[in-house]
Design a protein. Structure first.
Length: 273
């Protein structure tokens, strides 16, 4: 019964949050564009479905994913699993190898399953005329998220300030941007935002908050957040690295075939993606 009441309250709060957006769009359509709304019944039904979907999604986060994240963090940082009995204060950062392996797996698998990433990869393949591979882009982004989540877990375990990772990572991005094929640079920057969608963010955030609560001396507010930032940064690096590696392989193939480098070499590097 309590779950039903909580679900209804969440649906009501979601409707209150969505209504201003709908009113603004309707007022803009009527006042600025001076055109009536087409298919008002369809729009109304769509609005109801959006409210129900968002409300149930929020309930699922509170009832399942966030508790699951805390449970996973507690189990992965337990001294018995790590292989050391006694005080957890004696543990070092390299003792949490199961945690890092889990972070790699959860980061890669959730990103591969991300519907937003699949949609962007298919659209990028379409508009590039097949120059950008759907599978290659998805794997590159997933590898970046996996490394980012693992690095974020390492940051929480060691207590390293977040800005060290962020500033250092973006310095690498700036250097890569100067040498990466121009075709992939805008897409690589957008890849970080694509990963922060419905599948990845709840699990990653739950893992970060749970880990900050499980590791001694860590604050959920200070250390628990920031894992999503790492998951957004490292896909940019991985996609740029994927483009640079593809371009290098294409140039190497041309040298082996003794093909002279011409003006069209940049186009061939793009198609190597």
């Amino acid at each position: 019964m309590e779950l039903i009441l909580d679900t209804l309250r969440t649906l009501a709060r979601t409707a209150i949050d969505v209504v201003p957006v709908v009113l603004f769009i309707g007022a803009f359509q009527m006042i600025v564009l001076r055109r009536p709304l087409s298919n008002p019944l369809q729009l109304l039904s769509g609005f109801i479905l959006v409210v129900i979907g968002l409300g149930l999604f929020l309930v699922g986060l509170e009832q399942a994913l966030f508790p699951l994240g805390r449970l996973m963090a507690e189990q992965l940082t337990h001294p018995e699993l790590i292989g050391q009995a006694g005080d957890t204060l004696d543990l070092q950062w390299h003792d949490y190898h199961w945690l890092y392996l889990f972070a790699l797996a959860i980061g890669f698998s959730t990103t591969i399953a991300e519907p937003a990433l699949l949609a962007v990869a298919m659209k990028a393949n379409e508009v590039s005329g097949g120059a950008i591979s759907v599978r290659g882009l998805r794997v590159a982004v997933a590898m970046g998220v996996a490394i980012g989540v693992t690095a974020g877990c390492l940051r929480i375990v060691t207590g390293t300030p977040l800005h060290y990772f962020i500033v250092g990572g973006y310095l690498v991005v700036v250097l890569q941007t100067a040498f990466a094929p121009k075709l992939i640079v805008p897409l690589a920057y957008d890849s970080g935002g694509v990963t922060t969608s419905t599948v990845t963010v709840p699990l990653v955030m739950a893992l970060g908050l749970g880990l900050a609560q499980a590791v001694p001396g860590r604050s959920p507010l200070l250390d628990g957040f920031g894992l999503v930032a790492s998951a957004c940064l490292f896909p940019i690096i991985s996609v740029l690295a994927y483009a640079q590696l593809s371009a290098w392989r294409a140039q190497r193939a041309r040298r082996r075939a003794r093909i002279p480098v011409s003006v069209s070499s940049q186009e061939e590097d793009n198609h190597a993606l």
